[in-house]
Design a protein around this ligand. Structure first.
Ligand SMILES: *Cc1c(COP(=O)(O)O)cnc(C)c1O
Length: 220
């Protein structure tokens, strides 16, 4: 099942687009099956869950953090993850930089963009992104490398297209303005139901859960 799902996704994936298998609530066995079917990056939303999986799976894959990172968990994020896709505040940047400094690691980070300016959502507003970037450039153990966005909740993926477009425009603007000082490369957008549209709009990382592992069990 997982193997066929992954083969189907990989079959139509344009070159240069990477898949992050979003593995929240998935078991170590399911993740192992995904890895043996060609997945090279695992995405995790929760530090505790990631710690127990990382303990057994380790560095045979890359690990991307894709959830909301709490400052008191930054220490674990620093050791486990190859990329933190969800940098969303200056306070978090400060703490994560310090934890990475302690272990002598430079962490690639993406700015999480609140592309629909939703007041209840995490993330940096489009118009504040460059100001935010200016402030985090002083953190020598963080390496800003791209943007990530979720977009608003919708059951129609076409409704996400304008927010993917806006985020791509911001990505390009930052590349123009900061391309000489940053390796600005990654645009992480799109999930199971929206990744094709995200790729059309310029995503080069897609985060896919259900279409890799099957539907998540409904919580009662
Ligand atoms: C769960 C999750 C995904 C994947 O969602 P699916 O609908 O299962 O593909 C992508 N990004 C984030 C941040 C997630 O939490």
């Amino acid at each position: 099942m997982i193997k066929e799902n992954i083969e189907n996704i990989l079959k139509d994936l344009p070159p240069g687009v990477k898949i992050v298998a979003a593995a929240k609530e998935r078991s170590v066995d399911e993740i192992r099956e995904a890895i043996s079917s060609g997945i090279k990056i695992i995405g995790e939303n929760y530090i505790n869950e990631a710690r127990s999986k990382f303990e057994v799976i380790g560095k045979e894959v890359k690990w991307h953090f894709i959830g909301h990172l709490q400052k008191n968990k930054a220490k674990y994020a620093a050791t486990i993850f190859n990329v933190v896709e969800t940098l969303d505040s200056l306070e978090l940047a400060e703490v994560l930089d310090r934890e990475c400094w302690k272990i002598n690691k430079i962490m690639p980070v993406f700015l999480e963009i609140n592309s629909a300016s939703e007041p209840q959502k995490q993330g940096i507003l489009i118009e504040e992104a460059e100001g935010f970037l200016d402030k985090i450039l002083r953190f020598k153990h963080l390496k800003p490398s791209g943007l990530m966005t979720m977009g608003p909740f919708s059951d129609n993926p076409e409704e996400l297209r304008p927010f993917f477009k806006k985020t791509k425009n911001l990505f390009d603007k930052i590349k123009l303005n900061y391309g000489n000082i940053l390796e600005w490369k990654y645009l992480s957008m799109g999930m199971s139901f929206s990744y094709q549209i995200a790729i059309e709009e310029g995503a080069n990382i897609v985060r896919i859960g259900a279409a890799v592992f099957g539907p998540r069990k409904q919580k009662i």
